[in-house]
Design a protein around this ligand. Structure first.
Ligand code: 5CU
Length: 384
């Protein structure tokens, strides 16, 4: 059984595969990798200074990923391409590169070492989220073709998706066949931010130099909050109740705002009768990474997820209110958030492990589930 030993599984961990990194090196505008002095630098965020940030093999070298996993006792990682994925490309290029990068990621995972555990010779240390060519003007059939490709690659267990989808956000009706296909294929959609507040950021963040703090601490999570709320409001979960969506950064502010959202919906003449359930129910259908760095936040998110099942409109859909932890999964955000000084274990990783271990009311079973058991259940119960 997969549950012979407590495994630590990292579901939020990124890379720029060598083909993607080479492509970024070929570009003269952001996103790009360029050389300055004797170092390569990466420029990806809109509000980042033109000097970008130092980048190195930890972003593309698989040995570095495995070394990082060993340093932190991580048994298995579900690796995804880091933002901004293919968002900035024309349809043809996005389609070609998605297809090629999915094959590259399958190879990256399929040839990885196995988990060292008695009887586990079938479990690899690396699995992946594939890429879809989600760009404006792409024919939907091209996206469906890539979903089919990903389903056929046995080490890819889902897709990573940005909040713009094909340019108009996640409530775009043209995405219906995409949700349908992802749901039918059982692929997990890892929803991840990149744009923060977009053009609103300039005014919201002011003039003071605060590094990346405002866009990463507030902009990223708000972007996820808004994108997921629009998806809920569009009734996507009513039409595709089996869709598996995993939210980055514990869903941003959605857990905190879900009762307010429910109240706003029920008082709004345009929306009040649109959805089959109270908004809080849909929160209980989502999965959340456990990347929020605090035991109180960790426990709060689990409580809100579990509470959501009480808001199902039909009695037979009501789940267990205490089961919120089953939808939370450990992540690191590697290779982002390295320590500013020193080597060894990363503070950003240890904080999340300690937060999971410090949740009041969680026993060994709950902690083990969030650290790895839930991920095994979600990603690896099917054929490996
Ligand atoms: O530090 C950053 O900019 C990022 C990023 O771009 N993407 C991410 O997942 N985490 C941090």
């Amino acid at each position: 059984s997969l549950k012979l030993k407590q495994l630590l599984v990292d579901i939020h961990t990124h890379c720029y595969l060598p083909r993607y990194a080479a492509f970024l090196r070929s570009r003269s505008i952001a996103p790009k990798i360029f050389t300055s002095g004797d170092r390569e630098r990466l420029l990806i965020l809109d509000d980042e200074p033109a000097t970008g940030r130092p980048v190195g093999p930890q972003y593309w070298d698989r040995n570095e990923k495995l070394k990082f996993m060993d340093t932190h006792d991580i048994d298995i990682s579900i690796v995804s391409t880091a933002n901004p994925w293919l968002d900035f490309l024309p349809p043809d290029k996005a389609h070609t590169l998605a297809t090629e990068l999915n094959v590259d990621l399958e190879e990256y995972c399929a040839t990885s070492p196995v988990v060292s555990m008695p009887g586990s010779h079938d479990i690899k240390r690396l699995y992946g989220f594939g890429l879809l060519p989600l760009v404006p003007d792409i024919p939907v059939d091209a996206i469906l073709q890539v979903i089919k490709q990903i389903s056929s690659l046995s080490h890819l267990k889902g897709v990573i998706m940005g909040t713009k989808a094909v340019g108009k956000g996640l409530d775009d009706p043209s995405l219906e066949p995409v949700w349908e296909a992802l749901s039918a294929a059982g692929l997990v959609v890892f929803l991840h931010p990149h744009y923060g507040l977009g053009s609103g950021a300039k005014e919201a963040w002011g003039n003071r130099d605060n590094g990346h703090v405002l866009s990463l601490a507030l902009g990223f999570p708000m972007e996820t909050t808004i994108a997921t709320t629009r998806l809920i409001l569009a009734g996507v979960y009513d039409r595709h109740p089996d869709l598996k969506i995993l939210l980055a950064h514990s869903g941003g502010a959605l857990p905190q705002l879900s009762s307010r959202l429910a109240s706003c919906i029920s008082h709004d003449p345009v929306v009040s009768s649109r959805l089959q359930h109270d908004a809080r129910y849909y929160v209980s259908k989502l999965y959340f990474d456990a990347v929020n760095y605090g035991p109180e936040e960790m426990g709060f998110v689990a409580d809100v997820i579990g509470r959501g099942s009480a808001y199902a409109n039909s009695q037979d859909q009501r789940g267990d209110r205490m089961s919120g932890y089953t939808r939370m999964l450990f992540g690191t955000d590697h290779p982002f958030f390295p320590p500013l000084d020193g080597e060894g274990r990363w503070k950003s990783v240890l904080e999340n492990i300690r937060a999971i271990e410090g949740v009041k009311g969680w026993g060994e079973a709950e902690k083990a589930a969030v650290l790895g058991g839930n991920a095994l259940e979600l990603f690896l119960q099917g054929p490996m």
